[in-house]
Design a protein. Structure first.
Length: 411
C-alpha cells in the first residue's frame, strides 16, 4: 500500500488534471486526512506505527499529552490536545509522523469559483519561494492560481501592535506589573493556557494577526474563503479553536504552497509585480524572535513619550526556553515587564515548514522591515484607514470596542 506522501502527490497531480487516484491503493485513514483535514489533528501518522525502537520519542516530546493509546494499545493523536508545535515530528527518527495538509479543499475552493478566495500571507514569506520573489510577484502567483488576492498579514500585526501597546500603556502602572504577549505564537499561548493557567490574567485577550486578518476580510467580504499561508503547523489548530473558528477557513504551510505552484506549473519568479504594500516595519518584524517586543516598545514610546515605566522586554524561542523564561518570571528572577514567547527557534522564520534556512529567513525579514515606508502603526496611514472602515473613529474607541480583535481565552 502506498504511503501518505505518495497519495498527497498523486492527488495534486489529479487536481492538476494529470493523474487518477485508485482508492484501493491507499489507506482510507490517509485519504480521509487529505480530503477532510478538519477531522484530524495538525500532526498525523504518515505510516503505521506499532513498535518503536526509540522509546516513543514522539510521545515524550509532547508537553500537551496529545499521544494516547486505545484499548488495544494502538497510539493515536488527540486532535483536541495537539497544538501542531511539531516537536513530535522532529523527535520521530523513523519519520512516521507528518503535518496534516489543507491543500485539497483549498484547491477545490479556488477552482469552484463560487466564492472569492483570499490568501493571508505571514510576514515570514520573503525569500521562501526564491530570492527574486517579492510580495508583488507572490501576489501575482496566487492570482494565477485562482485566488482573488493576497493580503499581507503584517498589516494586521501592525494593528495588533497598536492594541498591545495600548494595553501596556493602560495596565502597566507599577514596577511589579507585567504583560505576556498574546498576539503571535499559538504554541506559546497554548502552553500558558494549559500549563501555566495562573498567568492568564497577564495575557491581554487579543487575537493573532492571522485571526485579525481573517475576521477583517470576512467583515468586508462576507462570502469570502480565507486561507492563511505561513511556516507553522500550529496555525492549523489555532484556526479551528471554537472562539475564533469564524476567521480562517484553511491553513497552508509554505511547503504546501510550493507543492501547489509546482503542480500548477506556476513560477512566481517569472511573473510581473502586483504591488500593494501597506505594512510598517513593526508588523513585518513579527516573523523573528524579538520582533513583537521591539514593535510594541517603539509604539508605546510614540503613544506616551513621557511614560516613566518603559517596556523592558524579555524573549524566548523554542518550547524549552519559553518554559525556562516563565519559571524565571514565577520565581521573580527577572526585571522584565513584557514577555514574548515563540514556539520555534528563531521565531516564525524557524518554523517547521520553512523552505530556507532560518538565518537567511531572519535576514530577509530584517530587510523586509527596513524597506517599509513607515516604522510603526501610528505612522501608517493605511492602519488608520482600515480602522476607520471597521468603524473605529478614535484610538480610545478602538481599545474599548474592538471585539473583532478580541478572543475569549476561557473557552
Amino acid at each position: 500500500m502506498k504511503t501518505f506522501h505518495q497519495l498527497y502527490l498523486d492527488i495534486l497531480e489529479q487536481e492538476a488534471g494529470r493523474g487518477r487516484i485508485l482508492e484501493e491503493d491507499y489507506d482510507p485513514y490517509h485519504m480521509d486526512c487529505l480530503l477532510h483535514p478538519e477531522r484530524h489533528a495538525p500532526v498525523i501518522f504518515a505510516e503505521e506505527c506499532e513498535q518503536c525502537a526509540y522509546e516513543r520519542a514522539c510521545e515524550n516530546s509532547c508537553i500537551f499529552d496529545a499521544f494516547e493509546q486505545d484499548e488495544n494499545g494502538k497510539v493515536h493523536i488527540n486532535k483536541e490536545k495537539c497544538t501542531g508545535c511539531g516537536a513530535c515530528v522532529e523527535a520521530c527518527k523513523l519519520e512516521k509522523l507528518a503535518a496534516n495538509k489543507d491543500v485539497v479543499p483549498v484547491l477545490r475552493a479556488v477552482r469552484s469559483k463560487e466564492r472569492e478566495v483570499y490568501a493571508l500571507v505571514a510576514p515570514a514569506f520573503l525569500g521562501q519561494f526564491g530570492r527574486e520573489v517579492t510580495t508583488g510577484k507572490l501576489r501575482a502567483a496566487f492570482k494565477a492560481m485562482g485566488f482573488q488576492g493576497l493580503i499581507e498579514v503584517a498589516v494586521f500585526a501592525d494593528i495588533l501592535t497598536l492594541k498591545e501597546a495600548l494595553e501596556f500603556d493602560a495596565n502597566i502602572q507599577e514596577e511589579q506589573d507585567y504583560q505576556l504577549t498574546s498576539c503571535c505564537c499559538p504554541v506559546w499561548i497554548a502552553m500558558i493556557r494549559k500549563v501555566y493557567q495562573e498567568l492568564m490574567p497577564h495575557v491581554p485577550g487579543a487575537v493573532s494577526p492571522m485571526i485579525a486578518a481573517g475576521r477583517v476580510v470576512k467583515k468586508l467580504h462576507p462570502e469570502a474563503v480565507t486561507v492563511f499561508v505561513g511556516p507553522c503547523m500550529a496555525k492549523k489548530k489555532e484556526a479551528r479553536e471554537p472562539d475564533i473558528a469564524d476567521a480562517v477557513d484553511y491553513v497552508l504551510t509554505f511547503q504546501e504552497v510550493q507543492d501547489m505552484f509546482q503542480a500548477a506549473d506556476i513560477h512566481p519568479e517569472e511573473l510581473g509585480e502586483d504591488e500593494k504594500e501597506h505594512s510598517s516595519r513593526a508588523g513585518r518584524i513579527y516573523a523573528r524572535t524579538g520582533g513583537v517586543s521591539e514593535a510594541v516598545k517603539e509604539t508605546v514610546k510614540q503613544l506616551n513619550p513621557k511614560r516613566k515605566i518603559e517596556v523592558r522586554a524579555e524573549q524566548a524561542d523554542g518550547v524549552l526556553a519559553c518554559r525556562e523564561m516563565i519559571e524565571r518570571l514565577k520565581k521573580g528572577e527577572t526585571k522584565a515587564n513584557f514577555f514574548e514567547g515563540m514556539g520555534c527557534a528563531g521565531g516564525c522564520v524557524g518554523g517547521p515548514k520553512i523552505l530556507i534556512e532560518k538565518e537567511e529567513g531572519r535576514k530577509n525579514v530584517e530587510r523586509y522591515g527596513e524597506e517599509a515606508e513607515y516604522r510603526t502603526p501610528l505612522e501608517n496611514p493605511f492602519v488608520q484607514e482600515l480602522l476607520s472602515r471597521l468603524g473605529f473613529l478614535t484610538i480610545e474607541e478602538f481599545l474599548e470596542k474592538s471585539e473583532i480583535l478580541v478572543r475569549d481565552f476561557s473557552e
